[in-house]
Design a protein around this ligand. Structure first.
Ligand code: NDP
Length: 274
């Protein structure tokens, strides 16, 4: 088995630096993928209400022989449920679907600034954490100016900011803001949905270390200090993606990967999504 190291969060909890993403997996696929992953040593799973597979994730957790306390489960509230009461209801429904008594991390999925409800939604997350139902709370897709609003108008600093981040989009500004404020940056679509992998620089580094391009990219995330949650429903890839703790990239490798930056997103800019 291969275990990922953990990173300290600003609330005293720890998060495994590598986890399994399950976006676009059905309940059945997510159940299978999580079961395979936990058997390989994964201890961290990232789901969301939007993914409509919390039930499958919960089934795999229930069936696993790994104690609940050793697993780190994240879910999220989507922007169709923003607002104090609505976010709490959405959270309660997620817990029921997951079949859990608490989650390790609960995130606001998108700030959806046009609705102007993310501050109120954050207050619901503060209460959920105070009630002991989410050990840690955080945000996703927050630009520094969204985080600044939370800092000015609420009391708890998010533990995590989960953003689109891969070699095309290294998110230097957001990572610097997060670092300066004790917020851990978590990379979604860490492989740019698989699209970043077909590249001669990554092929060359893969040959240098006897690894695959996906393993090189995942290792790059780890060197940057990101939490990283590659998604796969393919058992061989789930195994490949956690087999990244027996080598390290050096400064010259990181400089080569930096040349892949294009600024291209696979998803929406958070300022223009809802
Ligand atoms: P990823 O960058 O993780 O890429 C996933 C794709 O790459 C899948 O098609 C997968 O195929 C393929 N893949 C995985 N491993 C390998 C490998 N070793 N070699 C070749 N191909 C591979 O994209 P995601 O968008 O899924 O992002 C990861 C996770 O981040 C999501 O699952 C979700 O949990 C989270 N996320 C959060 C968002 C947010 O707004 N907060 C938005 C989007 C994602 P296959 O499964 O067929 O093996």
């Amino acid at each position: 088995m291969i275990f990922a190291p953990t990173i300290a969060l600003n609330d005293g909890a720890r998060i495994p630096q590598l986890g399994l993403g399950v976006y676009k997996a059905t309940d059945e696929q997510a159940e299978n993928a999580v079961s395979v992953a936990v058997d390989l040593g994964y201890r961290h799973v990232d789901t969301a209400t939007l993914y409509a597979n919390e039930t499958g994730v919960g089934r795999a957790v229930a069936a696993s022989s790994v104690p609940r306390s050793e697993l780190f489960i994240t879910t999220k509230v989507f922007q169709d449920r923003h607002g104090y009461d609505e976010a709490r209801r959405s959270f309660d429904e997620s817990l029921v679907r997951l079949g859990l008594e608490y989650v390790d991390l609960f995130l606001i999925h998108w700030p959806a600034p046009a609705q102007n409800l993310y501050v109120e939604t954050w207050r619901a997350l503060e209460k959920i954490q105070a009630d002991g139902l989410a050990r840690s709370i955080g945000v996703s897709n927050f630009h520094p100016h969204h985080l600044e609003r939370l800092a000015n108008e609420t009391s708890v600093v998010p533990s995590i900011n989960q953003v689109e981040l891969h070699p095309w989009l290294p998110q230097r500004e957001t990572r610097a803001y997060d670092d300066a404020h004790g917020i851990v940056t978590e990379a979604w679509s860490p492989l740019a949905r698989g699209r970043v992998l077909d590249n001669p620089v990554l092929d060359e580094l893969a040959a240098k270390y006897g690894k695959t391009p996906a393993q090189i990219v995942i290792r790059w995330h780890l060197e940057l200090g990101n939490v990283v949650i590659p998604k796969s429903v393919t058992p061989s890839r789930i195994a490949e993606n956690i087999d990244v703790f027996d080598f390290a990239l050096d400064e010259s490798d990181l400089a080569r990967i930096a040349t892949l930056e294009t600024g291209e997103r696979t998803g929406r800019d958070p300022d223009f999504n809802g």
